[in-house]
Write a protein that binds this ligand. Sequence first.
Ligand SMILES: Cc1cc2nc3c(=O)[nH]c(=O)nc-3n(C[C@H](O)[C@H](O)[C@H](O)COP(=O)(O)OP(=O)(O)OC[C@H]3O[C@@H](n4cnc5c(N)ncnc54)[C@H](O)[C@@H]3O)c2cc1C
Length: 311
Amino acid sequence: METTERNTERARQLFEELGGAVLDGFPNIHSQVHHTRAGTPYLKRPGVVVLAKPQTNLAGLGGFLVGFDPDLRFTEYLDDPTTLPDSSQLCKTSGQTCYMSFGPRRTTNENAAAYIERLTSAGHGSVLEHSSFNFLLYGISRSVTHELVRHRAGAAFSQVSQRYVSGAVLRFVERPEYQEDEELHMTFEERADRAAAEYEAMADLLLERQEGGASMLTADYRTDARKKVQQTARSLLPNETEAPMVFTGNVRALRHIIEMRADAHAESEIRNLALRLFLCLRTVDPILFGDYELGELPDGTYTVSTKNRKA
Ligand SMILES: Cc1cc2nc3c(=O)[nH]c(=O)nc-3n(C[C@H](O)[C@H](O)[C@H](O)COP(=O)(O)OP(=O)(O)OC[C@H]3O[C@@H](n4cnc5c(N)ncnc54)[C@H](O)[C@@H]3O)c2cc1C
């Protein structure tokens, strides 16, 4: 089997092994919710859902292409028999617009993978910035999101506000190291119960102070009052508190993030997240993410790498 085919097959298998599914063309890898004996909810791994992806209006080029000398045969561009994922098509059309490569000598969709590889291997990644994907991420800890939001270029984040939400939605994330060790697992559960209870107790105390007229906690509106209590009470929450977010990245940024964060040197929780991002992206667009290879580390976790780094 060719290396590319083998990689595709391995990625498909792993996507399924991790519980991946595709709903109406949108991949997801959900994460189950567990509860401590006292009932505190927690998750053991990241949940990743593709919320949105490009939709490319190729036919829309028609009115533009028809305006050139018919001898150039530009309108044949619209009749390519090979259909691409919209995200690949968008990047390929963007690149081909640079050289007005719409005529018969252009790279056809059948050879799109080679076309994209020429861009990534030459570092012409700006073309990849046209396609973006949007994700819902959950089952991720506050420490992981702190690492993810360090990626500034081409990324957007809307993360849960611990000032606005109450203890009713408080959940925790158990690190893989704790899951495999009975004692560490028990201490994690106890800590999660304790943090949830301490948060509630602190919120109650602060509310009492607020009702007693404490100046630091006064507020004109109900929402402000709640916010002042929660912004103070959150100070005791641990790094292992869940911090869901909607995360958006263009393909150039996503490739860079996967390369940095699914690397053997990356922290294991973010590596698990980057692996899932990659598997969802590879499922939805095997061309833009077709040059990546999966590797397995001694601890059973996976790396994702490419020779075309930092396109
Ligand atoms: C294994 C690992 C360990 C780490 N350890 C630490 C640590 O100990 N302490 C710490 O603070 N951080 C640490 N980081 C975070 C790291 O330093 C980066 O902040 C993070 O990975 C974001 O990557 P990036 O800088 O490539 O930025 P991105 O925002 O992802 O940008 C992508 C690329 O765009 C370009 N770019 C973006 N912004 C600018 C800019 N302002 N000016 C010029 N070019 C720009 C750069 O080429 C950059 O590589 C670690 C990251 C990893 C993966």
